[in-house]
Design a protein around this ligand. Structure first.
Ligand code: UDP
Length: 234
């Protein structure tokens, strides 16, 4: 089994919201925190990127300017990271929240060196605020940061338990892949992450492990090679 030294965990905003679909579901966040704690205790460096969909998406509004709408989306991811970081501290981890833009004393400005400094102290590092640019997503931010911090793999914790050949909600005979190449994901337009993020994974040979967040202990099991999800190989 492959041993991972450094992973980047991507959580969707909706996953944090539980059944309410908006805001935070504390019980869900505490379950995530306890699993990440196990990884840290096993000596794995963990970076975290969180989506913003439980508050706002750039495409939520058709009225206001897209750049401004995306800024609100990026700020939503900052709120999510501050919240989850505090839950992680509550269960006994050390954390830092980094953003690609200044948020005063609320977060620290992102740099690779700074992230590495915190990892070397055993802290979990949250990459909040996406890429800092409109027209990007937390998928692109995830792949970008994973490449920059030289993560071994991206852990994609989703509402669905892996990558399927078509949407299982629409087609009950949809087939789940145990393993698939990133080229196939692109060719078949499987939308594991958005297109820009898929191409970045392809160009920079960054693998992903896709699994269901709601399955018991799925983050830890995935890192230990006992996942029921899909391995996206490069
Ligand atoms: N966003 C952005 N740039 C980034 C990351 C996020 O503009 O680098 C904005 C965008 O408006 C997005 C929102 O933040 O809709 C929330 O991010 P997420 O990736 O969760 O959104 P989704 O991909 O679901 O639209």
């Amino acid at each position: 089994m492959e041993k991972y030294n450094r992973v980047l965990l991507k959580l969707s905003g909706e996953a944090l919201a539980g059944d309410k679909k908006t805001g935070f579901d504390e019980a869900t966040c505490i379950k995530v925190a306890n699993q990440v704690k196990q990884l840290v205790e096993d000596g794995v460096s963990v970076g975290v990127v969180i989506g913003g969909g439980n508050f706002w998406r750039g495409r939520t509004s058709e009225t206001i300017d897209r750049t401004k709408a995306d800024q609100i989306g990026m700020l939503a991811t900052v709120m999510n990271c501050i919240y989850v970081s505090e839950i992680f501290r509550h269960v006994g981890m050390m954390t830092q929240v980094l953003t690609p833009f200044e948020c005063g004393s609320m977060t620290k400005l992102y740099s690779k060196d700074r992230a590495n400094k915190y990892f070397s102290k055993g802290m979990v590092v949250f990459f909040a605020g996406g890429t800092g640019h409109p027209y990007f997503s937390t998928d692109t931010a995830t792949v970008l940061r994973a490449i920059e911090i030289e993560a071994d793999v991206i852990l994609l914790a989703k509402a669905i338990d892996g990558v399927y050949d078509c949407d299982p909600k629409v087609n009950p005979s949809a087939k789940k892949y145990d393993e698939i190449t990133i080229e196939e994901v692109l060719e078949k337009k499987l939308g594991v992450v958005d297109l820009s993020a898929t191409i970045m994974c392809l160009e920079n040979r960054m693998p992903m492990l896709v699994f269901a967040l709601h399955e018991e202990n799925s983050i830890v099991n995935t890192v230990r090679g006992e996942s029921n999800g899909t391995r996206v190989i490069v």
